[in-house]
Design a protein around this ligand. Sequence first.
Ligand code: ACO
Length: 432
Amino acid sequence: MTTRKAMLTIGKGKKIRDLPVYKGTEGPEVIDITALYKESGLFTYDPGYMSTASCESSITYVDGEKGILRYRGYDVTELAGKSNFMEVCYLLLNGELPDKKESELFIAEIKNRSMVHEQLLFLYRGFPRFSHPMAIMCGAFASLSAFYHDSLDIHDEKQRNNAALRMIAKTPTLAAMAYKYSIGKPFNYPRNELDYTTNFLHMLFAVPSEDYKVNKVLAKAMDTIFILHADHEQNASTSTVRLAGSSGANPFACISAGIASLWGPAHGGANEAVINMLEEIGDVKNIPKFIKKAKGKDDPFRLMGFGHRVYKNYDPRVFLLKDTCHKVLAELGMLNNSLLKIAVKLEEIALTDKYFIERNLYPNVDFYSGIIYKAMGIPSNMFTVIFTIARTIGWIAQWKEMIEDPKLKIGRPRQLYTGHKLRKYVSIGKRK
Ligand code: ACO
């Protein structure tokens, strides 16, 4: 990181002082305004973090204008084509791709931790069957801190690593349990002879009464989806994890906070909303009506799976997801699927529409993933849960990076106060 100085002038040429400007390896330079309040009595105001870098990070790089996404310097498309999710987890966590021995050890360490405490089964049984699986995921993840007391000390590197491995290993188990519980079927234990992603699909779909073989094309598709969703720098859920963790909260509680944030329809919950929207559209001939609704100033309806805070160009993950979607539907003999037809046509129409062009609204990562899940037989309330499995590694890597940064400070934003000035208390009988 290199530094230069920038002069900030406020009002009638009042010079604050030369503020440091940092240049990272890529991306826009940032102005360090930490001394601004002390020197000027002013706060900066940036709701939604439109121009604010909230931290320094060396994990993931996104260039929204050029449509670039890289993990630790590797292009996500190349990783999705040549690597696998376990390797990507190692990369995000440790900064480098593993050699053969490191890879084998990492996979073994994950497999060793894939079961959950038996007592957790009772926690699941306390939820109503109709619970949204994301509600169960928030609760189950936070509850891990009640079970694994030997990985709560965030100042102990060994415990931090143990917590990281535990969370990567247990997320698919917790996710599959949430699904099985919602449909009233028995939980499946993890199978260590299977790879990470195949094991997840096995826990999701197998029943104890018969053998179940996971389809290799579907397992590969899910692995690709996991890679593409693994990290996305300082998005809402990751920033939530960082803010929660900045107080010293334990890692299980922090990831649970991230899951809650991911659940929102403007974030990870959008993949569920996309399918609901495609089903509501129902037929290609109804698309123009919905495009019109999406453009209406007074209509809250938005085209779900379109638009992104950072990407003002094609989201690089969408090409691969669209291709994966076609592969999965071809494997399952569903290329005539009506939702896919609506999605492809919707994308085509939106991309030639002035409203969407002018606002740089392109399909995002959630646009095609839902169709893939649906074709695999996964219900829509599980879509964001799958996103959770993939993003857990990103959250953990970002949390670890923050905890290991000697400059760590508790996150404490300020505000522009617009409430009352001091008022006198009036007793209840005298109030108007
Ligand atoms: N459909 C129709 N219009 C849209 C859409 C959309 N999907 N997205 C943005 N717009 C319009 C807005 O109405 C606004 O128009 P205006 O300038 O006339 O007021 C303009 O585009 C800019 O939109 P903002 O909301 O200011 O953009 P922001 O960066 O804050 O929001 C967001 C990004 C939340 C993703 C938004 O595009 C959206 O709601 N999309 C649909 C939900 C979605 O797919 N979310 C998943 C995001 S990816 C992820 O989290 C994994």
